[in-house]
Design a protein around this ligand. Structure first.
Ligand code: DQA
Length: 146
Protein backbone atom coordinates (compact mmCIF):
# COMPACT_ATOMS: atom_id res chain seq x y z
CA UNK A 1 0.00 0.00 0.00
CA UNK A 2 1.21 3.51 -0.80
CA UNK A 3 2.15 5.77 2.07
CA UNK A 4 -0.07 8.79 2.58
CA UNK A 5 0.70 12.47 3.03
CA UNK A 6 -1.92 14.73 4.57
CA UNK A 7 -2.11 17.98 2.57
CA UNK A 8 -3.77 20.46 4.88
CA UNK A 9 -4.92 24.01 4.13
CA UNK A 10 -6.25 26.48 6.67
CA UNK A 11 -8.13 29.75 6.69
CA UNK A 12 -9.13 31.42 3.41
CA UNK A 13 -7.21 29.02 1.20
CA UNK A 14 -10.49 27.72 -0.22
CA UNK A 15 -10.55 31.14 -1.92
CA UNK A 16 -7.35 30.59 -3.90
CA UNK A 17 -7.90 31.84 -7.44
CA UNK A 18 -9.86 34.79 -6.07
CA UNK A 19 -7.18 36.08 -3.70
CA UNK A 20 -4.35 38.49 -4.56
CA UNK A 21 -2.55 36.72 -7.43
CA UNK A 22 0.68 38.58 -6.75
CA UNK A 23 0.98 36.80 -3.40
CA UNK A 24 -0.95 33.62 -4.02
CA UNK A 25 -0.90 32.96 -7.80
CA UNK A 26 -3.87 32.14 -10.01
CA UNK A 27 -4.48 28.49 -9.20
CA UNK A 28 -7.58 27.40 -7.32
CA UNK A 29 -7.21 25.08 -4.34
CA UNK A 30 -8.52 22.23 -6.46
CA UNK A 31 -5.87 22.95 -9.17
CA UNK A 32 -3.21 22.97 -6.48
CA UNK A 33 -4.41 19.71 -4.94
CA UNK A 34 -4.29 18.04 -8.37
CA UNK A 35 -0.72 19.24 -8.98
CA UNK A 36 0.44 18.03 -5.57
CA UNK A 37 -1.32 14.66 -5.97
CA UNK A 38 0.40 14.14 -9.35
CA UNK A 39 3.80 15.08 -7.96
CA UNK A 40 3.31 12.84 -4.91
CA UNK A 41 2.64 9.84 -7.15
CA UNK A 42 6.17 10.16 -8.55
CA UNK A 43 7.41 9.57 -5.00
CA UNK A 44 4.87 6.80 -4.34
CA UNK A 45 2.69 8.81 -1.99
CA UNK A 46 -1.07 9.17 -1.93
CA UNK A 47 -2.41 12.57 -0.89
CA UNK A 48 -5.27 13.13 1.56
CA UNK A 49 -6.64 16.64 1.02
CA UNK A 50 -8.20 18.65 3.78
CA UNK A 51 -9.13 22.34 4.04
CA UNK A 52 -10.99 24.22 6.71
CA UNK A 53 -11.46 27.81 7.80
CA UNK A 54 -11.85 26.63 11.39
CA UNK A 55 -8.95 25.96 13.74
CA UNK A 56 -10.74 23.19 15.66
CA UNK A 57 -11.62 21.33 12.46
CA UNK A 58 -7.96 21.33 11.44
CA UNK A 59 -7.02 19.85 14.82
CA UNK A 60 -9.78 17.23 14.58
CA UNK A 61 -8.58 16.25 11.09
CA UNK A 62 -4.96 15.95 12.31
CA UNK A 63 -6.06 13.70 15.15
CA UNK A 64 -8.18 11.62 12.79
CA UNK A 65 -5.71 11.16 9.92
CA UNK A 66 -2.23 11.27 11.47
CA UNK A 67 -2.11 7.60 12.40
CA UNK A 68 -2.65 6.66 8.72
CA UNK A 69 -0.11 9.10 7.33
CA UNK A 70 3.65 9.19 6.85
CA UNK A 71 3.91 12.97 6.73
CA UNK A 72 2.07 16.27 6.63
CA UNK A 73 2.27 19.27 4.32
CA UNK A 74 0.45 22.23 5.83
CA UNK A 75 -0.33 25.76 4.79
CA UNK A 76 -2.37 26.97 7.74
CA UNK A 77 -2.97 30.47 6.29
CA UNK A 78 -3.09 33.09 9.02
CA UNK A 79 -3.35 30.40 11.73
CA UNK A 80 0.41 29.98 11.21
CA UNK A 81 1.01 33.25 12.96
CA UNK A 82 -0.87 32.65 16.21
CA UNK A 83 -2.31 29.15 16.65
CA UNK A 84 -0.44 27.46 19.48
CA UNK A 85 -3.21 24.84 19.47
CA UNK A 86 -2.29 23.92 15.90
CA UNK A 87 1.39 23.80 16.86
CA UNK A 88 0.59 21.33 19.64
CA UNK A 89 -1.66 19.20 17.43
CA UNK A 90 1.07 18.98 14.78
CA UNK A 91 3.67 18.06 17.41
CA UNK A 92 1.39 15.36 18.81
CA UNK A 93 1.21 13.63 15.40
CA UNK A 94 4.93 12.74 15.72
CA UNK A 95 5.09 13.00 11.93
CA UNK A 96 7.46 14.98 9.71
CA UNK A 97 5.64 18.23 8.95
CA UNK A 98 6.57 20.71 6.23
CA UNK A 99 5.07 24.21 6.47
CA UNK A 100 4.42 25.82 3.09
CA UNK A 101 3.42 29.38 2.23
CA UNK A 102 2.61 30.43 -1.30
CA UNK A 103 3.78 33.99 -0.66
CA UNK A 104 7.04 35.20 0.79
CA UNK A 105 5.71 35.79 4.30
CA UNK A 106 9.02 37.06 5.67
CA UNK A 107 8.91 39.96 3.18
CA UNK A 108 5.40 41.12 4.06
CA UNK A 109 3.78 42.64 7.17
CA UNK A 110 5.69 42.18 10.44
CA UNK A 111 2.97 40.01 11.98
CA UNK A 112 3.31 37.52 9.12
CA UNK A 113 7.02 37.02 9.76
CA UNK A 114 6.37 34.91 12.86
CA UNK A 115 5.25 31.32 12.54
CA UNK A 116 4.27 29.69 15.82
CA UNK A 117 3.95 26.30 14.12
CA UNK A 118 7.51 26.33 12.74
CA UNK A 119 9.03 24.58 15.81
CA UNK A 120 6.76 21.59 15.08
CA UNK A 121 8.03 21.37 11.48
CA UNK A 122 11.11 19.80 9.90
CA UNK A 123 11.20 22.46 7.19
CA UNK A 124 9.53 25.69 6.04
CA UNK A 125 9.10 26.78 2.42
CA UNK A 126 7.83 30.22 1.40
CA UNK A 127 7.31 32.31 -1.69
CA UNK A 128 7.53 29.55 -4.30
CA UNK A 129 3.80 29.28 -5.03
CA UNK A 130 2.85 25.72 -6.14
CA UNK A 131 6.51 24.72 -6.50
CA UNK A 132 6.82 25.00 -2.72
CA UNK A 133 4.45 22.07 -2.34
CA UNK A 134 6.40 19.96 -4.84
CA UNK A 135 9.55 20.67 -2.88
CA UNK A 136 7.75 19.70 0.34
CA UNK A 137 7.04 16.22 -1.03
CA UNK A 138 10.72 15.78 -1.85
CA UNK A 139 11.68 16.96 1.64
CA UNK A 140 9.34 14.44 3.29
CA UNK A 141 10.48 11.64 0.98
CA UNK A 142 14.14 12.30 1.74
CA UNK A 143 13.41 12.57 5.47
CA UNK A 144 11.63 9.19 5.47
CA UNK A 145 14.40 7.53 3.44
CA UNK A 146 17.16 8.80 5.72
C1 DQA B 1 -0.23 32.25 3.46
C2 DQA B 1 0.39 33.45 4.18
C3 DQA B 1 -0.44 33.86 5.37
O1 DQA B 1 0.15 34.97 6.02
C4 DQA B 1 -1.82 34.26 4.92
O2 DQA B 1 -2.63 34.58 6.04
C5 DQA B 1 -2.48 33.25 4.06
C6 DQA B 1 -1.68 32.50 3.09
C7 DQA B 1 0.54 31.91 2.17
O3 DQA B 1 0.30 30.83 1.62
O4 DQA B 1 1.35 32.71 1.70
O5 DQA B 1 -3.69 33.08 4.09
O6 DQA B 1 -0.16 31.14 4.32
Amino acid sequence: MMKKILLMHGANLNFLGKRNPEHYGNLTLSDLEKIVTKEALKFNFDIINYQSNHEGNLIDALQEHASNCAGIIINPGAFSHYSYALHDALLDTNLPVVEVHLSKVTGREIWRRTSVIEPACIHVIEGKKENGYKEAIKVISEYLNK
